[in-house]
Design a protein around this ligand. Structure first.
Ligand code: PLP
Length: 392
């Protein structure tokens, strides 16, 4: 985690004020149909998305060549809104279809010359992380995967493996299977001491856990819209502004060039994070995702975190009372937005809960991920249903 947590151990975290919360909930029609605690997988879509989709169709229906100018404004606005959420300056974030595309683009910036050719990562990463780094072995990347031996990152083992041979440390801010967070300030300080760069997959935290990339001094942060940011189909890449000039992606496209929008051959890179752009962008997903991002920014990520901690604490309290095994860390500063429970026959349990309109996900554990628009009553209703299922 970065920076002081808004909910220290000694205080019970607080839910949002009831009136503000009711108004926020009303923006998410999905919540009227089910108890939706699946935000670590896919966030709910705000109702105003329908208006954006209608506008997009209108743009296509009445197409003129200068539409692209407006679309670029929308694309930049979304990227800069993500930057603001991360505590980063405008122009330091670029978007693309998914995190994998952007991570591979970053990977293509290095030549993996020994002795600094190692990529240190963990066994708690989303599968795209080892998959991409395995592919880059052909260019000389040496992958070093630190075992965790359980649902938490083994941060001492990780620190011990980062040394002068380490080019990049690539880790999640929170594990997608357990929700455990990593101590980013400690990691960044240690990596920088030995000259390694830190690449963080923050897909499971941005939007629900505060992350100030500037205060942290982290080098690269990746994430995406469709979970805690209540968007769809777009991912983002932040690169520390004073590092940008040192990175030249080999996996690139014409939009990364300095003369891209003149349609002349470029002679250099576009300014800022735009050098990590690819080909023609897909504006619809940024326009749609702007709606959720604006709603969340209006609440503020510290207030979201407090609310989230109150809800996940209720899951933990209920699980403990019912004797259900908790996989996620229970300390507030060590858990992200999700609580994972180890239940027998979990995948079938998840399916049966869905039949009762109680929505969560299963990835080896039952993952319960309430967001800022959920209520304590919904958590109780879900846990009541879960207890009933488990006592069948
Ligand atoms: C931690 C994490 N990283 C990455 C992804 C997805 O990556 P991509 O956008 O490449 O599909 C997910 C889930 O979708 C995730 O939970």
């Amino acid at each position: 985690m970065s920076g002081p947590d808004p909910a220290p151990d000694r205080h019970r975290p607080q839910c949002l004020d009831a009136a503000a919360h009711a108004a926020l909930r009303a923006e998410f029609p999905l919540l009227a149909d089910c108890v939706y605690l699946n935000n670590n997988s896919t966030g709910a879509a705000p109702r105003a998305v329908e208006h954006v989709l209608g506008g997009y169709w209108e743009t296509l229906r009445t197409w003129r060549d200068d539409v692209w100018q407006g679309w670029h404004v929308g694309l930049d606005r979304y990227a800069d809104s993500v930057a603001a959420l991360l505590g980063a300056p405008p122009g330091s974030v670029v978007t693309d279809a998914n995190l994998s595309t952007l991570l591979a683009r970053i990977a293509s910036c290095f030549d993996y010359r020994p002795p600094r050719d190692r990529i240190v990562t963990t066994d708690l990463e989303y599968p795209t992380m080892p998959f991409i780094w395995n592919a880059f072995r052909r260019y000389g990347a040496r992958l070093d995967v630190v075992g965790s031996g359980g649902p938490r990152f083994d941060e001492d083992a990780l620190a011990a493996r980062i040394d002068e041979r380490t080019l990049l440390v690539c880790v999640s801010h929170a594990s997608f299977t357990s929700g455990a967070t990593i101590d980013l300030p400690r990691l960044v300080a240690h990596a920088h001491e030995v000259g390694a760069l830190v690449v963080v997959d923050a897909f499971q935290t941005v939007g629900v856990v505060p992350l100030d990339v500037t205060a942290l001094g982290v080098d690269v942060v990746l994430g995406g819209a469709h979970k805690w940011l209540c968007g769809v189909g777009t991912a983002f890449l932040y690169v520390r502004p004073d590092l940008v000039a040192e990175l030249e992606p080999a996996a690139t496209g014409w939009q990364a060039g300095d003369r891209a929008l003149t349609f002349q051959p470029s002679t250099g890179w576009a300014p800022g994070a735009r050098r990590f752009a690819g080909g023609t962008p897909y504006p619809l997903t940024s326009l749609v995702s702007q709606v959720g991002l604006d709603l969340l920014a209006g609440v503020g990520v510290d207030a979201i975190r407090r609310h989230s901690l109150a809800l996940t604490q209720r899951v933990l309290d209920r699980a403990e009372a019912a004797g259900i095994d908790v996989v996620s860390p229970t300390e507030p500063h060590r858990r992200g937005g999700v609580v994972c429970l180890d239940v027998a026959d979990g995948e079938a349990v998840k399916r049966r809960l869905a039949e009762r309109n109680m929505i969560c996900s299963w990835r080896g554990y039952l993952r319960i991920g309430p967001h800022v628009y959920n209520t304590l009553d919904e958590v109780d209703a879900f846990m009541d249903a879960l207890e009933k299922e488990l006592s069948r």
